[in-house]
Design a protein around this ligand. Structure first.
Ligand code: ADP
Ligand code: MG
Ligand code: MG
Length: 198
């Protein structure tokens, strides 16, 4: 893999910003209607810092993205997505293989779990990120299968009852709605696949 980080960054940021209203609408059903706004603010800040980020080797660039997301996204998702990128930065070598990516994403999922005191099936971003990390390591992953899994796992949060985050305040009433963070994770992963495949 020799990814063009600038293109990946622009692709993911553009997708999150384009879908901000959808993410906020999902959060208005089971949260406080700000997930799209939070993510848009974070990725606009990442884009504004792009030249600085791209001047760094991959691990340092990922850490810089993580720090910006922690500072700018806010809410519950800011520190958690920050942890995702900071851990990827800590775990990935400068020129990663697919095996490196699988291992680093697995470490990031564990770090998010620890940070948010959450587990799988709690109706969060972990329900997309965890299965994708496992699939990347199972030796059968293709761009199409990763995209399909991310989509399927985001959809799978619809019937779940939220155990963590604001949606958990709704108890049973959180059932029947997609988790906004699961959807934003799906968007990031599918866009990464699109860009890497292009
Ligand atoms: P807030 O809930 O503070 O307004 P956001 O709306 O930006 O923050 O993000 C909400 C998303 O964060 C949820 O949809 C969920 O995916 C994720 N989330 C919230 N709490 C946790 C947690 N403890 N562990 C993992 N993910 C979480
Ligand atoms: Mg919210
Ligand atoms: Mg909020």
């Amino acid at each position: 893999m020799k990814p063009d980080l600038g293109r990946l960054l622009e692709g993911v940021a553009a997708r999150i910003i384009a879908q901000a209203e959808e993410l906020t609408a999902l959060d208005s059903a089971i949260g406080d209607a700000d997930h799209g706004l939070n993510m848009k603010r974070g990725f606009e800040a990442v884009l504004a810092d792009k030249a600085n980020i791209l001047a760094k080797p991959l691990p340092e660039a990922l850490k810089a993205i993580g720090m910006t997301l922690v500072m700018k996204v806010g809410g519950a998702s800011g520190p958690l997505y920050g942890t995702l990128f900071l851990t990827l930065g800590k775990e990935l070598p400068e020129d990663p293989t697919l095996a490196d990516l699988a291992r680093a994403l697995t470490a990031a999922v564990e770090a998010i779990k620890a940070r948010g005191k959450a587990d799988f099936d709690n109706k969060t971003m972990l329900d997309v990120l965890g299965p994708v990390a496992r699939h990347l390591g199972d030796g059968t992953a293709t761009f199409a299968s990763v995209r399909a899994l991310a989509h399927q796992r985001a959809e799978a949060t619809v019937p779940m009852k939220a155990i963590k985050g604001r949606a958990s305040f709704l108890g049973e009433r959180s059932i029947g709605h997609m988790d906004p963070g699961a959807r934003s994770s799906e968007l990031m992963i599918t866009t990464l696949c699109d860009e890497l495949e292009a």
